[in-house]
Design a protein around this ligand. Structure first.
Ligand SMILES: NC(=O)c1ccc[n+]([C@@H]2O[C@H](COP(=O)([O-])OP(=O)(O)OC[C@H]3O[C@@H](n4cnc5c(N)ncnc54)[C@H](O)[C@@H]3O)[C@@H](O)[C@H]2O)c1
Ligand SMILES: C[C@@H](O)[C@H](N)C(=O)O
Ligand SMILES: [Zn+2]
Ligand SMILES: [Zn+2]
Length: 350
């Protein structure tokens, strides 16, 4: 194995990142070293790349970026007995403490001491990467690396879609970015019908259709509430899944949800949102869920089984594949411009 490797690093507290040569790391106690077979870009990586306000407050350059991954374990550190060399793993990115009030209630997804790799420490946009053994998830050997790396964001989508009954339920999804697209795939595989998607980008509406959306609407040209009412004979949808983080989409989705329906909110809003709570939520007796991260480890079992079932239509979502990291800037700029679904790197060129 080479001693040095290329890695996409946030080198400076400014826009962008650099492709640099760094030492291949050694796994410490409780850690494993993986050969990265596939790694994908998350919206959080874009925020770090853009150096937005959140990134400025959280990231400490120099740091290797990236957290969605699939790889083969090539070395285990001292004290690791759950994972072996040769295991094919993906990784939960939230490193939880196991000791706080939330963890002791089995609510690891809201651990108050959560650290995230690729955010609070070096990540996986490299040929080799360190993963804490407690965060490793073993994959079946025949799972394609480009699917295995998507399991972490798929976990977000699964928790959003499956926070309540979905089979046979009319469903509105607002936002068909990478996560909304994964949400469509999960909703369709789980039997939702009809799945209506509100998304302003034509490119992403087309992707939504390819993934399986039954109806798409452009909320900037047509009223999505009227659209939903027309499709559902005036009833409104049973399930509203918010994947855009757009305040207007939230309001429209709540209006389009049938009284007594279910709402799951994953999108993060850029500012405080003002809503008519009485008429949009309370008098409609809506069931509202905030969604964050993934349930450990129940969600991973569901995600893995859904992929293995062959029912998740992931191929149209993976719009860009890169061998090596040489063209990483193009990948980031395309994603920033909203011209992608999921972007996957295969770091090893050979
Ligand atoms: N809660 C969590 O744990 C968690 C985890 C990951 C991501 N997120 C959030 O989930 C959201 C989706 O992530 P992503 O990577 O797909 O983001 P993205 O920005 O790529 O996608 C958002 C999509 O919403 C669309 N949109 C904008 N305005 C809209 C409107 N008025 N109506 C309908 N659609 C509209 C955009 O065109 C875009 O395609 C983001 O807000 C992200 O921050 C939350
Ligand atoms: C780190 C963040 O981007 C990640 N996708 C999460 O679920 O929290
Ligand atoms: Zn992420
Ligand atoms: Zn904790």
């Amino acid at each position: 194995m080479a001693e040095k490797m290329p890695a996409i690093m946030k080198t400076k507290p400014a826009y962008g990142a650099e492709l640099v040569e760094v030492e291949v790391p050694k796994p410490g106690p409780g850690e494993v070293l993986i050969k990265v077979l596939a790694t994908s870009i998350c919206g959080t990586d874009l925020h770090i790349y853009e150096w937005n306000e959140w990134a400025q407050s959280r990231i400490k350059p120099p740091q290797i970026m990236g957290h969605e991954v699939a790889g083969e374990v090539i070395e285990v550190g001292p004290g690791v007995d759950t994972i072996q060399e040769g295991d094919y793993i993906s990784a939960e990115t939230h490193i939880v403490c196991g000791k706080c009030y939330a963890c002791r209630h089995n609510r690891y997804h809201v651990c108050q001491n959560t650290k995230i790799f690729g955010v609070d420490m070096d990540g996986v946009f490299a040929e080799y990467a360190i993963v804490p053994a407690q965060n490793a998830w073993k994959n079946p050997k025949d799972m394609k690396p480009e699917y295995a790396t998507l399991q972490e964001p798929l976990g977000n989508a699964v928790d959003t879609v499956l926070a309540g009954p979905i089979a046979g339920r009319s469903t509105l999804i607002t936002g068909a970015g990478p996560l909304g697209l994964l949400g469509i795939a999960v909703a369709k595989a789980s039997g939702a019908y009809p799945v209506i998607v509100s998304e302003p980008s034509e490119f992403r509406r087309e992707l939504a259709k390819k993934v399986g959306a039954d109806y798409v609407v452009n909320p900037f040209e047509e009223d999505p509430v009227k659209f939903v009412m027309d499709v559902t004979d005036g009833a409104g949808v049973e399930v509203f899944l918010e994947f855009s983080g757009a305040p207007k989409a939230l309001e429209q989705g709540l209006k389009a949800t049938t009284p007594g329906g279910r709402v799951s909110l994953l999108g993060l809003f850029p500012r405080d949102v003002t809503l008519d709570m009485n008429n949009l939520i309370i008098f409609k007796a809506l069931e509202v869920h905030g969604i964050t991260g993934r349930h450990l480890w129940e969600t991973w079992y569901t995600v893995s089984s859904l992929i293995q079932s062959g029912k998740l239509n992931l191929d149209p979502i993976i719009t860009h594949k890169y061998r090596g990291f040489d063209d990483f800037e193009e990948a980031f700029e395309l994603m920033r411009a909203g011209k992608t679904g999921k972007v996957v790197f295969f770091p090893h060129k050979g």
